[in-house]
Design a binder for this molecule. Structure first.
Ligand code: SAH
Ligand code: SF4
Length: 366
């Protein structure tokens, strides 16, 4: 029995085939093989290449017979549906708010630069970490994203980037990647292995989940790690980044040091400069004392405005002074250019609807 007939029989008999209606990028190659049972063996490679090497939807796989193409289009659903798409910076920045199958929303940002094209992807709908200055944190936690939901964001960014090639992926969208470690790591492996983006061009950003940093140190692929520090004394960090109460600075520094020693990779530290809060010369002295022994590179980001946080980002002048102070203290620092602020696509501004209405899947409608 070929795949088309098999599915018709399964549906007609009321039996539920778990692979029918699955999100395409959540399937393993074996799952795809099962879905294509009865078809010639080479179809599995053809469809897999269509999904990954060519980033095509099933309906676009014109090397397949029409009936099979239509069948796959009906049974393999996209995880990311009806998007709101907005662009800024003369089209160089694009942000999507995607609806997921359960009605929740997540956002993805694509940024084109002269020397690279970067996708910023979400790993959770919302975030449980509660950093007050971050719109995602203000929204609270929805749920973890599946591997396929993460991978498909990269696929959509690749399609949009054409004719340029997507070169970098940063896991800096909504959510805390190391709080969703297994699915995020499975997505990393697939983005590297099947979508062909080198591990050195993948960056995971963490608020400082120590067990996750330790797992990452032992992981097989040399991805980059960025730690969102924002304060280098516990009293201030407890307030800005509540998870610091669980993993205080000394513990975090220990995990970072072990990570650098075990992986031989450079660490980056993210620091959102908040006016009068963590941008004083004394804050730069504390930051330098944390960063220097780790040989870490510091990324300074002027805090972007979010609805739930009244304090402002530092002035441009203060940002440049802070950078100079760090350099004088022997720490490499760069200022991250803000992209997409007018479409709420900049760091910390992603806050799509996290807890959607209960989703009732309309039978047969995708
Ligand atoms: N949860 C992870 C990754 C997502 S947040 C983390 O916290 O690292 C991505 C980056 O945006 C982090 O460095 C975070 O601290 C930063 N960020 C959050 N809110 C921001 C804001 N309002 N302005 C600038 N950066 C912000
Ligand atoms: Fe979560 Fe990162 Fe936002 Fe903190 S900054 S609430 S960890 S997404």
């Amino acid at each position: 029995m070929d795949a088309v007939t098999r599915t018709a029989v399964a549906m007609g008999s009321g039996r539920r085939d778990p692979l029918v209606g699955a999100a395409a990028y959540d399937l393993s190659r074996d799952d795809l093989g099962a879905l294509l049972a009865g078809e010639p063996r080479y179809r599995v490679r053809q469809v897999w290449d269509g999904l990954y090497a060519r980033v095509r939807r099933p309906e676009e796989m014109t090397d397949l017979p029409l009936a099979l193409r239509q069948h796959l289009g009906a049974v393999l659903r996209p995880a990311l549906r009806g998007a709101t798409r907005r662009s800024a910076d003369g089209g160089e920045t694009v942000k999507w708010a995607w609806s997921l199958a359960d009605g929740r929303e997540v956002e993805t940002v694509l940024m084109a630069y002269p020397d690279r094209v970067t996708a910023c992807v979400s790993t959770q709908a919302g975030c449980a970490m509660g950093c007050g200055f971050c719109a995602t944190g203000q929204a609270g936690f929805g749920r973890h994203l599946t591997m396929g939901e993460i991978v498909e964001q990269v696929v959509m960014a690749m399609r949009e980037a054409r004719p340029r090639r997507l070169s970098n992926v940063v896991f800096m969208g909504m959510g805390e990647p190391l709080a969703n470690y297994d699915r995020t790591w499975a997505a990393v492996e697939r983005i590297h292995g099947e979508l062909g983006i080198s591990a050195r061009r993948l960056t995971l950003s963490t608020v400082g989940i120590v067990p996750g940093i330790r797992r990452l140190a032992a992981a097989s692929l040399p991805v980059n790690l960025a730690v969102s520090l924002h304060a280098a004394n516990d009293e201030l960090r407890d307030r800005l980044v509540p998870i610091n109460r669980r993993y205080p600075l000394a513990t975090l520094a220990g995990a970072c040091a072990d990570y650098v020693a075990a992986s031989g990779r450079r660490l980056s530290i993210e620091w959102a400069l908040i006016d009068g809060t963590n941008d004083r010369p004394s804050d730069m002295v504390e930051l330098a004392a944390f960063a220097r022994p780790l040989g870490a590179h510091v990324n300074l980001i002027p805090l972007n405005p979010t609805p739930g946080y009244a304090v402002l980002g530092s002035s441009r002048r203060r940002v440049l002074e802070a950078r100079a102070e760090l350099e004088r203290l022997g720490v490499n620092a760069t200022v991250r250019a803000t992209r997409g602020a007018e479409i709420d696509a900049a760091c910390g501004q992603l806050a799509a609807r996290v807890s959607g209405p209960p989703f009732v899947h309309p039978r047969g409608v995708r």
